[in-house]
Design a protein around this ligand. Structure first.
Ligand code: SF4
Length: 357
């Protein structure tokens, strides 16, 4: 059994006298796990956990939602994970489109869309392919299976993103103040620990790959603090049971068979070079934007939502004037309040910065 109190004592010892330390948990799963376990409350006062851009729904831009709605209005069946439904686009959401008669279906895996397309041969099905390296291989496998089955009515609306380029962007941004990264274990399972080596070699930035149990998170935080305390700066793999240095080579192979790397637009960060995936030409028949581009007419809405700054760790959700008032999970103004892994949703649910509702 892991000695949690011993870990906290060690963290406190390592942090002592270091001044304010800001450690960014990159992924939304960590954000929720940290709140659920009460880790923020047991860390020393000078260690601040900052949430990063690791919620795929949150970093997806309004115009992607606008396109999905436009396709739904053109009588496509739009299949998506449930947390995309209420994400606000420029002037509407898929939930609102569904209420107005659009055919929007919730699926639990992109592979479910194969059956959906086969059962609806006279309809066209689009899967909203949003996510990071964790989910992209399954989306690629779905495309391969659709091709093997000769399906002509299944398409992807792609907005997959890659985590390492986003961290590179943050480190190149003078506004970002981070002393270490808690890296996402599930992304690293696919990419491999080596994909994050640039953090140490190019930026001298302490980091550790962590699992999602409280003890695993504390172990990774301790590893980061050991580096800050004067140890060798490197990517410490504290999730060795599942993360290998080279990653999941089979998943990488499927992914690169279907997708190449392209620039991608992130909410709050703009276009980040080589941070997204685009279907290779031989699979263009499954890329709905190449098969049938759609124009979107919505005018960008103006709200006081600060999602973009929240995702970069520049402000906390409670710094947003709408937090807990106009913006709540049941009527979210911004994407960060919609997803269960959204930073604002986590702060709302678990009472971040003493918020009470
Ligand atoms: S509280 Fe709502 S409006 Fe404010 S930043 Fe978060 S999601 Fe956006």
């Amino acid at each position: 059994m892991i000695d949690t109190s011993g870990l906290v004592k060690n963290i406190s010892r390592l942090a002592k006298g270091k001044g304010k330390l800001r450690l960014m948990e990159v992924c939304g799963t960590h954000t929720v796990a940290i709140f659920r376990a009460g880790i923020r409350q047991i860390l020393p006062a000078n260690v601040e956990l900052v949430s990063g851009p690791g919620c795929p729904v949150c970093v997806t831009c309004d115009d992607y939602i606008d396109k999905a709605i436009a396709y739904a209005k053109k009588k496509f069946i739009v299949a998506t994970f449930g947390d995309m439904l209420k994400v606000p686009g420029s002037c509407s959401s898929l939930a609102e489109a569904s209420a107005q008669g659009a055919d929007v279906r919730i699926v639990y895996s992109p592979l479910d869309c194969l059956k959906l397309a086969e059962e609806n041969p006279d309809k066209r099905v689009i899967f909203l392919a949003v996510g990071f390296e964790t989910t992209a291989p399954t989306q690629a496998a779905t495309v391969l299976a659709a091709k093997a089955r000769g399906l002509k009515n299944l398409f992807m609306l792609s907005a997959q993103k890659l985590v390492p380029p986003a961290l590179r962007f943050l480190l190149g941004d003078a506004a970002t103040k981070v002393d270490g990264f808690l890296l996402p274990g599930h992304v690293a399972v696919v990419t491999g620990a080596n994909a994050f080596n640039f953090l140490a070699t190019e930026f001298n930035m302490p980091s550790a790959i962590g699992g999602f149990e409280a003890e695993e998170i504390l172990i990774a935080l301790k590893s980061i603090l050991e580096q800050i305390d004067g140890g060798k700066v490197e990517v410490v793999n504290d999730y060795r049971a599942v993360v290998k240095a080279e990653g999941n080579v089979a998943a990488q192979k499927i992914l690169s068979q279907v997708y190449g790397v392209t620039d991608a637009e992130w909410r709050g960060m703009g276009t980040i070079p080589a941070s997204g995936l685009k279907m290779r030409d031989e699979f263009a028949a499954f890329d709905i934007e190449r098969v049938e581009p759609v124009s979107i007419e919505c005018v960008e809405k103006k709200t006081a939502c600060r999602c973009g700054e929240v995702l970069r760790g520049l402000v906390e959700p409670t710094d947003c004037s709408l937090f807990g008032k106009a913006c709540q999970p049941l009527h979210a103004v911004g994407a960060c309040m919609v997803s269960v892994e959204g930073v604002c949703a986590a702060w709302f649910k678990y009472g971040g910065k003493n918020f009470r509702w």
